[in-house]
Design a protein around this ligand. Structure first.
Ligand code: K7E
Ligand code: CUA
Length: 655
């Protein structure tokens, strides 16, 4: 290695916090010299620059070392939640949420099927989702690592994932609304999980002609009450607020200074309905006439008091505060926001609200102090067509930061900077909250949607890392046909300038948003304990089986098979039933060894469940076809894994 390169590598190593000796740049003759030669040769062979090597050193995570952060990314169309380690960008898990998932056995056993079926709409079982926004549970405005909530935009629903075992415990939805988007977002102590609608429709799933849009179509925001003790949403204690038929977009719950308030953007305040074949302008043209749309400001504590006082009407089993009541009681106000707003993000101190306008070049910074004073003084600039009071735009803002073309979403760091995704430019803009000036930008590839910084939407962001969640990948990866992955790009926030560190293709659906949490805030369990736990109740299942108590019992409701799994056998391993029998398979993994997971499948019967150590699962099905069906363990658990098998014998009727 040349002396100059040696020196540069040593300097590089020190800037990324490792000793020169470790990269073999020492001048000692013993061993170090060989390593430095290796690195120089590797750089040359792979055509790597020093910046590439620095990026590699900042992300490479040696075997056995753990990541500093977890990123929980929406899985988009897949309906799964993606768990990614940062800075390595290694995928750790796809948590099954809205979609049957065979590896986890999600929706292939009785209990998980019940969870998924609770999300049926119009009596129809839904097996996909358009997941957009994960929201980690918060305590005092900071992630607490206990739960994560996700939405389904297409079939408006909210799911609760428990971060003790990374399992989806509950799916709720209301037929009050037909789509959502301002979801999921949580209030600072996770009192409520917010779900606001996107495309207006008659409330409660009614039909009304599109010509009656202004009068019959409405938006709504649902406040799902979260019961932290039970780890479930309490549907009976949840309520909604009716909103005008604008297209409500993203939402954020106030914190600290803004605690008690919700902020929801909207677009299409023109109330365009489309109708190109009927002589009306297309939706997107009709919806882009006005220079301003309305940010909704909602006093949710006042709304909660009203709901608890019974000032609601029940529509589709949901208690709804009607629009007139919301206006009369002063819990809903508007403030204009520039053209086709998209992101609405509260600053860490809770004092300001940042809005990006898709067809605007600014991030607009609203001052809560100013808006609150206008609301308190009833100093309004006017009312909308439904009577909602509107604050004056100029009187409500602190200022605007000239960002660039197509600002969308904003995150924050610990040093007073904001980071805004700039869609049309394909950049991330770093700007100062203090003087509203752009500091620098980094190119991303391409068409960035959301971005996520480490704890970047909490009361105490960490800075350090940011992921640009890019919609288009174009030339970044080897070709895989016309459907391309998304591109997640890890960006280093530790220096003055942002630096791109890593490209990660994300090929499962279109993730929209993600949240990044310090890994040490989570306390996931290793095994289910005591043996026989049903993950959906976290209690020992009444049908769980202890070793030595395995049996087959014929009861009025069918054949009950009480089975255990342990390395390397199922007991019993021969199960005989008659064609037409209802079968209830109760399987307990009686192991407590970490990672000693078994699975059990019965081919042709569409059955496969996962049995993590200590877990119990029930699987009910009708043995409607006769035959010989081998069952076997679907996790390579041991040297005798292949022998972990048995026969499910279905004797033909009449024999
Ligand atoms: Cu894609 Cu938050 Cu649904 Cu913006 S949203 S990109
Ligand atoms: Cu148990 Cu393989």
């Amino acid at each position: 290695m040349s002396r100059a390169l040696s020196y540069r590598l040593a300097r590089l190593a020190s800037t990324v916090g490792i000793s020169a000796v470790l990269v073999g740049c020492g001048t000692d003759a013993g061993g170090g010299g060989a390593a430095s030669g290796d690195i120089a040769a590797l750089m040359k062979a792979r055509n790597l620059t020093e910046a590439d090597v620095a990026a590699a050193l900042k992300t490479y995570t040696p075997t056995g070392k753990h990541d500093e952060y977890y990123t929980f990314a929406s899985g988009g169309h897949s309906g799964n939640l993606i768990v990614i380690g940062v800075p390595s960008m290694r995928i750790h898990k796809y948590v099954a949420v809205f979609t049957p998932e065979p590896w986890q056995g999600f929706s292939y056993g009785d209990q998980s099927t019940q969870v998924l079926d609770a999300g049926a709409r119009d009596g129809r079982r839904i097996t996909w989702a358009d997941m957009h926004h994960p929201a980690l549970s918060e305590t005092a405005g900071d992630y607490d690592g206990k739960f994560i909530f996700v939405n389904d935009k297409a079939n408006p629903r909210i799911a609760v994932v428990d971060l003790h075992d990374f399992v989806t415990k509950q799916i709720v939805g209301s037929e009050l609304i037909e789509t959502d988007h301002g979801a999921a977002f949580v209030t600072p102590n996770t009192e409520y999980v917010i779900e606001s609608s996107q495309y207006p429709a008659p409330l409660g799933g009614r039909y009304a002609p599109i010509e009656t849009y202004d009068d019959e179509y409405r938006g709504a925001v649902i406040l799902w009450k979260f019961d932290r003790e039970r780890g479930r949403i309490d549907v009976a204690k949840s309520f909604a607020i009716e909103l005008p038929p604008y297209m409500q977009d993203l939402a954020d719950a106030g914190k600290k200074a803004t605690d008690g308030y919700l902020f929801i953007n909207s677009f299409n305040t023109e109330r365009a309905t489309g109708g190109t074949a009927e002589g009306r302008p297309p939706m997107e043209a009709g919806a882009s006439q006005n220079d301003m749309d309305y940010m909704h400001i909602i006093d949710w504590r006042k709304a909660e008091t009203l709901a608890n006082a019974g000032r609601t009407e029940t529509i589709a089993d949901m208690r709804v505060i009607r629009l007139d009541t919301a206006i009369d009681e002063g819990l809903l106000h508007f403030v204009p926001e520039p053209k086709s707003p998209h992101g609405v993000d509260i600053t860490p101190d809770g004092k300001e609200i940042v809005v990006g306008g898709k067809l605007d070049t600014h991030a607009t910074v609203y001052s809560w102090e100013k808006m609150k004073a206008l609301i308190d003084a009833k100093d309004f600039a006017g009312k909308d067509a439904y009577g909602v009071p509107i604050l004056d735009f100029e009187k409500s803002i602190r200022g605007q930061c000239e960002i660039g073309l197509g600002p969308l979403h904003t995150q924050f760091d610990d040093k007073g900077f904001a980071y805004t995704s700039v869609f049309i430019e394909s950049t991330v803009a770093k700007w100062s909250l203090k003087d509203l000036k752009v500091v620098n930008k980094v190119d991303v590839h391409y068409n960035i949607g959301h971005l996520v910084a480490a704890e970047g939407d909490t009361v105490s962001p960490d800075g350090k890392y940011l992921i640009a969640m890019n919609k288009w990948a174009i030339d970044r990866f080897a070709k895989v046909g016309p459907l391309l992955p998304q591109n997640f790009q890890l960006v280093d926030l530790s220096g003055e300038e942002m630096r791109l560190l890593y490209d990660m293709p994300l090929p499962l659906g279109e993730p929209h948003y993600a949240q990044m949490i310090k890994a040490d805030k989570l306390e996931p369990i290793d095994v289910y304990s005591p043996i026989g736990i049903d993950p959906y109740t976290m209690k020992v299942d009444p049908n769980s089986v202890a070793a030595g108590k395995e049996r087959i019992e014929r009861k009025a409701d069918g054949v009950h098979v009480y089975m255990t799994a342990v390395r390397s056998h199922f007991t019993p391993d021969i199960v005989r039933v008659q064609q037409g029998d209802q079968v209830h398979l109760h399987v307990t993994n009686v192991e407590q060894a970490h990672d000693a997971t078994h699975g059990i499948c019965i081919g042709s019967y569409n059955i496969n469940v996962s049995l993590e150590p200590g877990k119990h699962t029930n699987v009910s099905f009708k043995a409607d076809t006769s035959g010989v069906y081998p069952f076997y363990c679907t996790e390579f658990c041991s040297a005798l894994h292949l022998e972990m098998a048995g026969y499910f014998l279905v004797e033909p009727k009449g024999d």
